[in-house]
Design a protein around this ligand. Sequence first.
Ligand SMILES: Cc1ncc(COP(=O)(O)O)c(C=O)c1O
Length: 452
Amino acid sequence: MTSFSNPEHLKKLFDEEVITFIERNPESKRLHEKAAGPMMNGVPMSWMAKWPGPYPVYVQSAKGAHFLDVDGNDYVDFCLGDTGAMVGHSPDASIEAIKNRLDKGITLMLPTEDAAVAAQTLADRFGVEKWQFTLTATDANRHIIRYARHLTGRKKILIHDYCYHGTVDETFANLDEHGETVSRINNIGAPVDLNETTWVVPFNDLAAAEIAFASGEVAAALIEPAMTNIGIVLPEPGYLEGLRELATKYDVILIHDETHTLSEGVGGMTKRRGLQPDAVVLGKTIGAGIPAGAFGMTQELAARISASLHLEHIDVGGIGGTLAGNALSMAAVRATLTQVLTEAAFERMEELCTTWTKDVQEVIDDYQIPWQVTQLGCRAEYSFRSAAPRTGKEAADADDFELQQYLHLHAINRGVLMTPFHNMALISPATTLEDVKRHTEHFRDAAKALFG
Ligand SMILES: Cc1ncc(COP(=O)(O)O)c(C=O)c1O
């Protein structure tokens, strides 16, 4: 149920946008009808059905910060594959390296030089020395928490309430009103009771983290240094440093999942804020969309892992993936890291994102809307509450599905794509000021329609 003050008005506005959408997208409709036969909900992956409107727009082509749908509509893409394409669609340098690799062997079960260069680049940027590659950030998270359990002999992983780290079983938990760890809504087919594997704490709550660590049950803390999947929730001063101290005190392995927070710069929040995790996880955009994930460990952690494993059985211990570290992914990662995700690119991206954020704030102020906007490097997001959230729960409580569906459909009808499950915008190296202003115009129109 929407918490918008005038639900009938919102419904009327949404229905008008649906009519416009259908008028603008006949070819997408035709393709969707065709797709409904062989695919569940007419989409290749279930969450793709969650776009607003009667069917998703079908893509013809994408380059840089824009894509063209099959009806010929042009979009500025602020979703950018929910970070998978944060580098912009098909950046030239990545594409050249990928093409160059394609007819020289894609996957071999043997390393290429590209892997060593990519790993060294990451080591230099994040300050953790030893890297491994996977196909997804989910896999990287799974692997590093397996190592953590193996080394510590403890069962539980500490996570933040309302976190998201990919489809990692241990992370689909919430805190209930009594502070107990419970299964998250729609956590289907959980293999074991979440209480056996997980300890949930609120973000920005060092006291709760200390209670968890002191229990002696926690192997690792898997955290985003800023929450990004329930709106953006920034760390309060001292929170991340405090977690580091506590993790050291209780010998808990501290993992920074920087898959999204990489938006703060080439070395993510870890580098920018001088943090010292035991491990770092990356994914999504590092291969410009060619599947690639990575996890890095301190020299000390890597040495402990190596010393504890026997070479003879290293291929069957739950860490792996036949295609992990394949030659094509590694060529894509090397080129993307060294030629696309550069310091200069991040500087520009952040500057434009600051403009995006200021523009949104200006509209909020002009219409006196009780919303707020938060920036994290080249990522920004507004939420339907007046003060920035301190915890995932505060952010979740401000959620409004109907209001969000309206805003997203309004945006799509004006050639602006936002990330589907929240109000997030990403700026790529190819995004321009004109692109940002297209969003501002849509946002101002929508605010006027809702509050004017
Ligand atoms: C912080 C974070 N970590 C990991 C993942 C998993 O990424 P993937 O689905 O590409 O494995 C996500 C996905 O949204 C994420 O937001």
